[in-house]
Design a protein around this ligand. Structure first.
Ligand code: SAM
Ligand code: SF4
Ligand code: SF4
Length: 340
């Protein structure tokens, strides 16, 4: 398909990444995503018949790839709670035009699944890891899940052949911000890349406050005082993380600064929720129901033209408008539902 067949949105942005949420349920209750007091034991996640089947996901992914997406990232909820996930990875990796299939996980089920995921063709792995202190880690996940399980999952993944695993740390002032330099110290020399994420006001229920956000610049300065850093160029337009190498050659770190340095201008990500809604922004108010279209018997051409139309009309730039939009009190989609 020629490049001109790839749509651009109203701000001239192409489609490059598709984030696919495979399940909304999760075994963690991170306070910034699914606070335990809101998502208690009575909370009902989507029943299996409401989730897109693997065949439906594969079909949609193929159509997105036809419109320019080259990178597919599986997310959730916790994606490794979806049974038979390696089968989906295998099917997605086989789509012509896909350059990379990636997965983001909380790591709690990674150990036993790492080899199967690698064998199925998964290219890249991101593990969320907010603390290296067992007590803080257990408190943060809201389910007393053990840090050791996640650390050994990361080891198993490395043994299975995943190199340069991205380790995502959401930094919260007064909660885990004292650990940022420890995180670098712990993982330098392993080939893994720690990425520091500014706490975002996703959804409507995480009680976000600006004073909990630690700006990336502050973290960068703290790290650089111990491990001098040098900026690295972006690998492709729209890369989310700003990357730095440790000048001593022992590793790389990244910063995702959605609050202090919004990057909407080059945002080329579409998001598919577990029940098949398309969102063109992490902070969108509503999504387009692709599952209804699929299950109505629509032909590929009809779905493709809907996708093309939706992308061509996209004008999202929430992070650049955050403070005005917050004042307006708009509802947003929840993070666990849409995926990160
Ligand atoms: N459950 C998996 C995990 O935690 O890795 C995948 C889904 S989770 C929604 C994806 C990513 O979003 C995680 O790295 C998580 O830390 C991040 N995230 C969730 N809520 C966030 C928030 N309010 N601010 C910043 N990052 C957030
Ligand atoms: Fe935490 Fe990810 Fe679960 Fe959200 S989906 S509660 S970020 S583990
Ligand atoms: Fe993309 Fe929306 Fe995030 Fe801006 S706020 S970078 S448009 S997802």
């Amino acid at each position: 398909m020629s490049e001109s067949a790839h749509p651009r949105d109203l701000l001239g942005r192409p489609l490059h990444d598709l984030r696919i949420s495979v399940i909304d349920a999760c075994n963690f209750r991170c306070p910034y995503c699914m606070p335990a007091d809101v998502f208690g034991s009575a909370y009902r996640f989507l029943p299996p018949e409401e989730l897109l089947s693997f065949a439906e996901i594969e079909r949609l992914a193929r159509l997105f790839v036809g419109l320019g997406a080259v990178k597919l990232k599986l997310t959730g909820g916790e994606p490794l709670l979806r049974p038979w996930l390696p089968e989906l990875v295998r099917a997605l990796s086989a789509i012509e035009g896909v350059e990379e299939v990636a997965l983001i996980t909380n790591g709690s089920r990674l150990g036993p699944l790492a080899r199967a995921l690698r064998a199925s063709g998964l290219d890249r792995l991101t593990v969320s890891l907010d603390s290296l202190d067992p007590e803080t880690f257990a408190a943060l996940n809201g389910r007393a899940q053990r840090l050791e399980t996640v650390l050994s999952g990361i080891e198993e993944a490395r043994a299975a052949g995943f190199e340069a695993i991205k380790l995502n740390m959401v930094v919260m002032r007064g909660v885990n911000d004292r650990e940022t330099v420890d995180m670098v110290r712990r993982f330098r020399g392993t080939g893994h890349v720690v990425r520091f994420i500014e706490l975002m006001d996703v959804g409507n229920r995480n009680g976000w406050r600006l004073d909990q956000v630690v700006p990336s610049r502050e973290i960068r300065d703290r790290i650089a005082a111990e491990f001098p850093l040098a900026a690295l160029p972006a690998r492709y337009p729209g890369e989310v993380a700003r990357r730095y190498r440790l000048v001593d050659g022992s590793g790389e770190v990244g910063f995702i600064s959605s609050v202090s340095e919004p990057f909407c201008g080059s945002c080329s990500r579409a998001r598919l929720s577990a029940d098949g809604k398309l969102y063109t922004c992490l902070f969108a108010r509503s999504g387009f129901d692709l599952r209804a279209l699929l299950r109505s018997g629509a032909r590929d051409e009809e779905i493709e033209s809907a996708l093309r139309r939706l992308w061509s009309r996209r004008a999202d730039r929430y992070s650049e408008e955050r403070f005005e939009r917050r004042q307006a009190g708009e509802e947003k989609v929840e993070m666990y539902y849409i995926g990160g």
